[in-house]
Design a protein around this ligand. Structure first.
Ligand code: MN
Length: 231
């Protein structure tokens, strides 16, 4: 058996302090998981069940890269997020067992074409064109659980050109990481290599060509992206 075209390379993200890479299978993202961000997006942050969207695995970009300003948008936004890397898959995972499925954690930036997302919301269409575009998942080097444990409190922040734009705390998550893993695994079978972007705190805003944007989470390696000229 041969492939009729060349198969794509396996997308992967860096592992901090090593030459090894974490192979990425899928990227699941949690919508509105910090109350103050839900409010700034005009939504009631009550504990309605979490919802998810996805990005393609090959949207990942390592820290320190320049990505072109994406096409079809006039409102590219940053979103600092903690990223959960799944090492062991499963279905119907209990909250008590959920953290046993985590390989490690990283810092991410869920780049968003906010204007296209707004059109999708207003028209009841899928979010894909607002969220799932090329180079839309900036992911810093992962650190394994053996080194960082399971971060559940402390700073999650973001700067643009050195100015603080987001300054939240992991304790503000509406749905905790064990809850997110458990709920997600009721709808799909989680697989090794899946990444979960766990939501962003308040303070999202626009990026323009030339901006340097750094997301940080306490105890984790930060991720920086430079926005290049239009694609
Ligand atoms: Mn997000």
């Amino acid at each position: 058996m041969g492939y009729v075209i060349d198969p794509a390379p396996t997308p992967s993200v860096a592992v901090d302090g090593t030459e090894d890479r974490f192979p990425v299978r899928r990227i699941f993202c949690v919508g509105r998981n910090y109350a103050a961000h839900a409010r700034e997006m005009g939504k009631d942050p009550d504990r309605e069940p979490p919802f998810f969207f996805t990005k393609p695995a090959d949207a990942v970009v390592d820290t320190g890269q320049t990505v072109p300003y994406p096409p079809q948008t006039e409102d590219l936004h940053y979103e600092a997020e903690m990223v959960v890397a799944i090492g062991t898959g499963g279905r119907d995972i209990s909250e008590a067992d959920a953290l046993d499925h985590v390989w490690g954690y990283g810092t991410g930036n869920d780049l968003t074409r906010r204007d296209l997302q707004k059109v999708a919301k207003d028209m009841g269409r899928p979010w894909d064109w607002g969220k799932a575009f090329d180079n839309s998942a900036i992911i810093g080097p992962l650190r394994p659980v053996s080194k960082v444990g399971h971060p559940a409190s402390g700073s999650i922040s973001l700067t643009v050109n050195g100015e603080t734009r987001q300054d939240g705390d992991l304790t503000e998550l509406i749905w905790s990481i064990p809850e997110v893993i458990s709920i997600l695994s009721r709808s799909i079978a989680l697989q090794p290599g899946d990444l979960i972007m766990s939501g962003t705190p308040a303070g999202v805003g626009a990026l323009k060509p030339g901006d340097i944007c750094t997301a940080s989470v306490v105890g984790l390696a930060e991720c920086t992206v430079t926005i290049g000229a239009r694609d």
